[in-house]
Design a protein around this ligand. Structure first.
Ligand SMILES: Cc1cc2nc3c(=O)[nH]c(=O)nc-3n(C[C@H](O)[C@H](O)[C@H](O)COP(=O)(O)O)c2cc1C
Length: 202
């Protein structure tokens, strides 16, 4: 009898992962600090949550003629489906010229097409933004620049914590591990807070 109870308990734990977050780095660089930040976040998710990182590598430049003639490109359609099938979106945005980088804005513009699909991809979707830069302001202006976009798309942005990583070139070791313990703690707290927000706990 004790043995049976233990088995049932184990099965319940197996099915415990209930929150899946798509992580998108707004950079195509192999050594991107924002990709590193996402990977570090991925390694410190709470038990009931996982982060799956997607790349923008195959997303073409938005072109209305292409959309009209050929529809939504397969890489965009795939990413839309991935976002729609999961519970939240975590964006790691670099800052370019005090705003968001074109490569990420371009991807979001494609993802917002056609407007009839906004409901399944973005509307009501929990979104968190963080960012890393070698500079001193931790992508604060890029993160602010995303706000009107997230509002326009009808997302549900999470403002419970903020994560601005400055001097990113000094933050990670050669394996992408965060060297600064306090920053590691803040990232863990950020991910846990976002997961709780998705779960409706805060
Ligand atoms: C065109 C351009 C503009 C940039 N503007 C800013 C900026 O306004 N603020 C900032 O903190 N860093 C700026 N940077 C530096 C980026 O933060 C840096 O290249 C960073 O490593 C990009 O993110 P990644 O490492 O994820 O690729 C700029 C870089 C480029 C190429």
């Amino acid at each position: 009898m004790a043995c049976l109870a233990a088995t049932v308990h184990a099965v319940n734990l197996e099915t415990l992962i209930v929150i899946t977050i798509i992580g998108i780095p707004g950079s195509l660089r192999k050594e991107s600090f924002n990709l590193r930040l996402l990977k570090a976040a991925q390694a410190m998710t709470p038990q009931h949550c996982r982060i799956e990182i997607e790349s923008l590598e195959d997303i073409p430049l938005y072109n209305g003629d292409v959309e009209q003639a050929e529809g939504i490109p397969p890489a965009v359609e795939r990413l839309k489906d991935r976002i729609a099938a999961t519970d939240g979106l975590l964006i790691a945005s670099p800052e370019y010229n005090n705003a968001m980088p074109g490569v990420l804005k371009n991807a979001v513009d494609w993802l917002s097409r056609p407007p009839q699909d906004l409901g399944r991809v973005f509307r009501g979707r929990p979104v968190a933004i963080m960012g890393a830069t070698p500079g001193g302001m931790g992508t604060a202006l890029a993160q602010a620049a995303w706000l009107p976009v997230l509002r326009t798309l009808g997302t549900r942005p999470w403002f419970g914590r903020s994560l601005h990583v400055s001097a990113a070139h000094q933050v990670f070791d050669q394996y992408g591990i965060i060297q600064d313990e306090a920053l590691g703690d803040r990232l863990r707290d950020f991910v846990a807070g976002f997961a709780a927000y998705i779960a409706g706990e805060n």
